[in-house]
Design a binder for this molecule. Structure first.
Ligand SMILES: *Cc1c(COP(=O)(O)O)cnc(C)c1O
Length: 383
């Protein structure tokens, strides 16, 4: 596939490696037997990677279903030409029911009121509204409490306008497989599903695994797994890293928009949190800032890559720009940069690499949040 052209109107962008996305998707598909499905979680614009473009690649690599967090995200997939089943991972306000039915987006359901409203509207339109029932097994976020599943199903069973296409739960501690908390959630889920089946209620597709559980515990794959972060080449936790290699999909790059040599003692950026410490320090400006996902908390604490070497970011990160300094390094003197040269904020350059995990550690957060942030404003280039 031809390399997409770089954005012409701004010298900063997110690079999406399609080959890596394909390899990661295949790795999850290979965890499953032919009867088990792969649901690719593409919420938050595919964790910042571009939902429609990623979903098309995942579909071509064997994705059976897509999961989103908001109704808008589901509609965007449909308008982008995605025809696979789409699951909304929460129960939306009843006002969105017409949109769900129009675009064939399956909501998660856990309240009687929503189930009834959904069934009523579906019947009026001569449709059957498919849904997935969420079971609360311990995370205490959403779902029908595991002890109330039979009562819930009985209360909505009469309605001909709705059909249960699946039942699921979500783990709070899937990265700690041996832990009591994980095992308790598994047990509650197993028992709730078994009870519904015994009582004659259709359960459809049974699923519970996110990325860490998919990798660490094949016994809970059931009928489908819901993989998110791993598809994008990021590890959900340290325990999966040695056993399930993944290729990072996103890199973030920018080109130098200005070079200067301020005199010793001059300040750089808002508040002068950096002052040029000696002569012959080159200050380069990059057109990327905190509104692009480069958190201001990283100011004066992060590196970027230039010609395979690390250089320091200096001064407070601005909304749309930041500055970096080229001066002596442990390797000796760095080559100075020119207007237009490419620098790497996330990704590889030669033998050097700055990972999402490194930036997440510096920020005191997780790789998930770092990736989502870079997806919000920067243009994406699919390579
Ligand atoms: C986000 C999400 C997932 C995917 O989790 P990852 O850790 O990214 O694999 C799966 N299921 C639900 C309900 C989610 O909200």
């Amino acid at each position: 596939m031809a390399i997409s052209r770089l954005p012409q109107d701004r010298w900063s962008w997110v690079e999406i490696n399609q080959g890596a996305l394909r390899r990661n998707t295949r790795a999850f598909k290979n965890l499953l037997n032919p009867r088990q499905r792969l649901c690719c979680v593409v919420k938050a614009d595919a964790y910042g990677h571009g939902a429609v473009a990623c979903a098309k690649i995942m579909y071509a690599t064997g994705a059976d279903m897509f999961a989103v967090a908001t109704v808008k995200e589901g509609v965007e997939l449909r308008e982008g030409g995605i025809v696979s089943p789409i699951l909304l991972l929460s129960e939306p306000p009843a006002e969105s029911i017409d949109l769900l039915l129009e675009h064939d987006i399956m909501p998660s359901v856990y309240t009687f009121e929503f189930a009834l409203a959904y069934g009523e509207r579906a019947s009026q339109l001569g449709k059957i509204g498919k849904y997935h029932m969420v079971i609360e097994t311990g995370m205490n976020r959403i779902g029908v409490h595991y002890a109330d599943v039979i009562e819930f199903r009985r209360s909505i069973h009469f309605h001909r306008g709705i059909q249960c296409d699946g039942v699921f739960t979500h783990f709070a501690t899937a990265d700690e497989q041996s832990g009591w908390d994980y095992k308790l959630q598994c047990k509650r889920f197993d028992e709730a599903v078994a009870a519904m089946k015994d009582a004659g209620f259709e359960c459809g597709i049974v699923h519970c695994d996110n990325t860490p559980a998919s990798i660490l515990d094949p016994s809970t794959h059931y009928d489908m797994i819901r993989a998110g972060i791993g598809l994008y080449g990021l590890q959900p936790c340290e325990t999966t890293r040695p056993i399930f290699p993944l290729d990072p999909v996103m890199s973030v790059r920018a080109r130098v928009t200005r070079v200067a040599h301020p005199a010793m003692g001059e300040g750089v950026g808002y508040g002068f949190t950096y002052r040029v410490p000696r002569t012959r320090v080159q200050i380069c400006t990059l057109p990327i800032g905190y509104a692009d996902g480069l958190s201001r908390t990283l100011s004066n604490r992060m590196d970027v890559l230039y010609q395979g070497e690390r250089i320091r970011q200096v001064g407070n990160i601005c909304m749309d720009q930041c500055m970096v300094a080229i001066s002596e390094t442990s390797m000796g003197r760095m080559p100075e940069a020119n207007y237009g040269d490419v620098m790497t904020i996330i990704g590889r350059d030669g033998d050097a690499e700055i990972t999402m995990d490194e930036m997440a550690r510096l920020r005191g957060t997780i790789n998930y949040e770092v990736a989502c942030g870079f997806g919000m404003r920067l243009d994406k280039v699919y390579v």
